[in-house]
Design a protein around this ligand. Structure first.
Ligand code: ZN
Length: 447
């Protein structure tokens, strides 16, 4: 790579930072439909500013920003990001307001700094530096920035349908998310787990009653507790018949990548404040559980009275929210079907099952040339071989945008283990932000 490109990045740090502050100052909370059009317009403007042809593609939800730039080669590189962020509450735990980006101790604090406006702006800065010393990028670039990733990308498929010719011919995709782990090692993930999100609702009486009536009227909270106890046993086994049937065993290359991954067990335990991992897992078993293990998780359980003191009440309704993280080749539709069948067969046919989100899983191939290039470039920038993780334990729309077309994915993020993603005081380290900028510039050059 021309050293001038790296010099340019170093010489324009303040401008980049100003751009990042601007992006993080605009609220864009998809869960609350707050500021999404404004944020889409701002991102569009930033992309036009470095020479992209920009379309704000309407969907039934928030618009998808599509930026296109012709390169000198035949290949098309996809970039994927999202311009929405998670809600900010609990607001009183923020040391500085979430949408007033603040630099303290070499870190920038703001909602979205790590997830993932920092990545958007670092890519803009990388491209700007590259284009300051080249006429065109070395590859065609198609940059997809959606506005509803944090609510499960419900309308991204509409965009994909319209642009499927563009997507299916891509050479590879630089995904969002990721960065450095708790040992400060750079990590690249190649896909992500799927998700099924459901709410179970139980009802008994038409309204809340005096709890003396518990002698003669059913309690919906108990019904949910009993129903939940049929989903998973204390040994963590998921008891829904057929739940594990479609799971595909990881490939040899995926197993090898996992074995090479030096997972920071101790640091992670300390970070989470736990003494041991689930089922006492450690080593290879822990890594396999984390990356290739499906889950059935209770996100929240609500019923009756939870305030101070006592209230003797028989609640009329109880609800529980559950998420299932899925692995190849489980499908959210099939798991939902199995869940409903199972509840009915256990005598819980009266419990209403409302499904919100479903995303199929997508795992990547560590031996793909695009992945190998990304890993080599990362080693050059970060000074060590990055961890290659076939699939991250979280979920994103990898399958719909890339996985279904067989387009390989590598994550590139500017976060670190202390980034407090989705939580108060979200932050990135400025050094990581600029390293991420250099990485994208070097990756472009390598392609
Ligand atoms: Zn997120």
């Amino acid at each position: 790579m021309k050293p001038e490109v790296l010099d340019y990045i170093a010489a324009h740090r303040e401008e980049c930072l100003a751009l990042l502050v601007r992006a993080c100052s605009q609220p864009s909370v998809s869960a609350l439909h707050e500021g999404l059009d404004e944020m889409a317009a701002l991102v569009g403007e930033m992309l036009r500013g470095i020479g992209f042809e920009v379309d704000l593609v309407p969907t039934d939800g928030a618009p998808v920003v599509l930026g296109r730039m012709a390169g000198s080669g035949d290949r098309t590189l996809l970039l994927y990001n999202h311009y929405d962020v998670q809600p900010v509450d609990p607001l009183d735990e923020w040391e500085t307001p979430p949408f007033e980006p603040t630099v303290r101790d070499g870190r920038l604090y703001a909602r979205g700094a790590a997830d993932n406006k920092g990545a958007i702006v670092s890519r803009i800065c990388a491209l700007r530096a590259y284009l300051a010393h080249h006429d065109r990028p070395p590859v065609n670039i198609a940059w997809v920035i959606e506005g509803e990733e944090e609510t499960g990308s419900p309308y991204l498929a509409q965009f994909v349908e319209r642009y499927d010719d563009l997507l299916r011919t891509a050479y590879g995709c630089v995904w969002e998310a990721g960065g450095k782990d708790s040992r400060d090692r750079y990590t690249i993930a190649l896909g992500c787990k799927g998700l099924l999100y459901v709410e179970l609702r139980a009802r008994e009486a038409a309204r809340d009653l005096h709890s003396a009536n518990a002698a003669i009227v059913g309690n919906p909270a108990w019904r949910l507790v009993w129903a939940l106890s049929t989903l998973k046993g204390p040994n963590e086994n998921i008891l829904i018949p057929g739940f594990y049937d479609d799971i595909r065993i990881p490939s040899a290359a995926q197993k090898e990548a996992l074995a090479r991954w030096d997972y920071p067990e101790e640091e992670t335990r300390a970070l989470y404040g736990i003494d041991r991992f689930l089922c006492g897992a450690t080593g290879d078993r822990l890594k396999e559980q984390l990356i290739f293990g499906p889950t059935c998780n209770i996100d929240g359980f609500h019923s009756g009275y939870g305030g101070p003191g006592s209230k003797t009440v028989l609640p009329a309704e109880a609800t529980v929210k559950l998420d299932f993280r899925l692995v190849p080749e489980q499908s959210p539709e099939r798991i939902l079907e199995l869940l409903k069948e199972h509840l009915a067969s256990q005598g819980f046919g009266d419990i209403e099952v409302v499904s919100y989100e479903g995303e199929p899983p997508s795992a990547g191939d560590p031996s793909h040339p695009f992945v190998q290039t990304a890993a080599q470039v990362a080693e050059g920038i970060y000074g060590h071989a990055p961890a290659l993780i076939p699939m991250m334990s979280g979920t994103g729309p990898v399958h719909v945008l890339c996985g279904q077309f067989g387009v390989p994915v590598v994550t590139a993020g500017v976060g670190y283990a202390g980034s407090r993603v989705h939580a108060p005081n979200e932050n990135i380290r400025l050094d990581d932000f600029f390293a991420g900028t250099r990485y994208i510039a070097a990756l472009l050059d390598a392609l």
